[in-house]
Design a binder for this molecule. Sequence first.
Ligand SMILES: NC(=O)c1ccc[n+]([C@@H]2O[C@H](COP(=O)([O-])OP(=O)(O)OC[C@H]3O[C@@H](n4cnc5c(N)ncnc54)[C@H](O)[C@@H]3O)[C@@H](O)[C@H]2O)c1
Length: 296
Amino acid sequence: MKNITVIGSGTMGNGIAHTFAQYGFEVSLVDISGDALSKALQTISNNLGRQVKKGTITEEVKTETLSRIRVFTDLAEGAQNAGLVIEAATENQEIKLKLFKQLSEICNENVILASNTSSISITKIASVTKHPGNVIGMHFMNPVPVMKLVEVIRGYATTDAVTETIMELSRTLGKDPVEVNDYPGFVANRILMPMINEAIYTLYEGVAGVQEIDTVMKLGMAHPMGPLQLADFIGLDVCLAILKVLHDGFGNPKYAPCPLLVNMVTAGHLGAKTGSGFYKYTAGSKDLIVADKFSA
Ligand SMILES: NC(=O)c1ccc[n+]([C@@H]2O[C@H](COP(=O)([O-])OP(=O)(O)OC[C@H]3O[C@@H](n4cnc5c(N)ncnc54)[C@H](O)[C@@H]3O)[C@@H](O)[C@H]2O)c1
């Protein structure tokens, strides 16, 4: 498996493309937006440049990594030679179902189709494909080149062989994969999102301010960053979408998104990627490798 196709070149897609290319894979990066693809290549180049400065890779590795990434706006062209497709498009069920139906037509029957979805059912995604046994969740964390975890999600029909291949491939990338079953939010977001939502409720109810809430969790619970800053980095639209999946999936009011989160997303304040969320950011920067970019 040498050829990897990554679909979606946003926050996660560019990190996934970067990581596979750095480990020697040929990567086809696909997006409906040519503009997003140009930005992704720039972000990858900047992030590799930072790794060179830190001394973790050489200038030569940076050049080789960039040379292994090709970009496409046409899905069929970008996916035709793939041994593995990793979908990291917008967190929207309709978009993902349409993409997987198309991929199932484009790719041959041995190709593994993975989704980086934070919360949408892998079983549901698999149900629109011809070979649901080949569909799996490969949930990378942000920023992908840095974070060690890959949450590997087995859909109802995912085969043992496909699961083992993806676990092994994740280890090849220097990651530590963890296998989980397909229920709303899987493990990571089932635990993380209620905490973020509760932090937003705490702000909404005036218990404390943004800085205070984040400081309590950083200094008191030894979290590397506060939940509100983390929400900004994840994207408030992504947080809202995941909470809706938990709310719908379990039918439990404890997952109801805080009205303040709903308002902020409606107003287009989506966090770091729009320059404004609970904190203010360098205009429109989605370059999340540097965690000290915000000013509050
Ligand atoms: N942001 C995070 O911290 C995070 C962490 C883990 C998983 N995820 C998941 O990763 C996925 C991507 O999230 P993101 O934060 O990178 O989103 P993003 O908004 O930064 O990027 C999404 C990209 O998908 C593209 N896109 C939309 N429809 C497409 C289509 N039909 N074909 C090709 N490209 C398409 C958009 O143009 C955009 O460039 C989501 O499923 C999200 O839940 C996000």
